[in-house]
Design a protein around this ligand. Structure first.
Ligand code: ADP
Ligand code: 5GP
Length: 193
């Protein structure tokens, strides 16, 4: 993994799976035309309704490993066993060159690593559900994961929660509307700073 040419601002969202970061990110992207989502690459198969090049660049395990060899990633992580996710340099550098603020939705270690690379050019936000029980309820209500995967994600969530203080801000997502408004305040403050 190498250092990018930083020519723009970024906002990083991380959270244990199910905390609500995708929901909050979608809200912000609708509100701010200058915010653009960094489409990650991943090795898993698309879920129903997911589109290649829109939700992720679906590379498969072999294709993903090839990009690692090519040093094409700003950051990558084996988020779950044999499930790789990462951000391609070319994706973010293109968006910055267009004057966009790049929004990342990455796992917790990815968020910490990217923040370390981008420093003050990035705002890192940890989205937190009010409790572990509520996190699990939301993950189940999304109905996208098998029982095995839910167990895997919940086990990981406990480790991830301990890393929340490493972020610039912890955004509590209890009432969704309030969390979205708080996220807007954070974005306004960062973009005007
Ligand atoms: P993540 O991207 O962090 O994995 P999602 O945004 O997919 O999480 O949210 C997980 C589920 O919880 C979704 O079904 C979403 O609609 C729901 N959700 C998000 N925020 C809230 C909230 N504040 N209260 C109740 N349900 C929520
Ligand atoms: P999902 O399979 O539910 O789409 O995503 C699983 C996890 O991978 C989420 O926590 C998501 O934030 C994370 N993720 C998505 N893209 C990236 C990335 O580029 N880098 C890292 N480290 N994690 C990512």
């Amino acid at each position: 993994m190498s250092t990018p040419k930083i020519i723009g601002k970024s906002i990083l969202f991380s959270a244990p799976s199910g905390a609500g970061k995708t929901t909050i990110v979608k809200y912000l992207l609708n509100k701010y035309p200058n915010l653009v989502f960094s489409i990650s690459a991943c090795s898993r198969e698309p879920r129903e309704g997911e589109v290649d090049g829109k939700d992720y660049h679906f590379l498969g395990v072999k294709g993903f490993k090839q990009k690692i060899e090519e040093n094409a990633f700003l950051e990558w992580e084996e988020v779950y066993a044999n499930n790789y996710y990462g951000t391609l340099h070319e994706v973010v550098e293109k968006l910055w060159s267009e004057g966009k603020t790049v929004v990342f939705d990455v796992d917790v270690l990815g968020g910490i690593n990217i923040k370390q690379k981008l420093g003050e050019h990035a705002l890192s936000i940890f989205v937190q559900a009010p409790s572990i029980g509520e996190l699990e309820r939301r993950l189940r209500s999304r109905s996208t994961e098998t029982e095995d995967k839910i167990q895997m994600r919940m086990a990981r969530a406990k480790e991830e929660l301990a890393l929340a203080p490493k972020f610039d801000v912890i955004l509590e997502n209890d009432h969704l509307e309030e969390a979205c408004h708080k996220a807007e305040e954070l974005v306004n403050h960062f973009l005007n700073s």
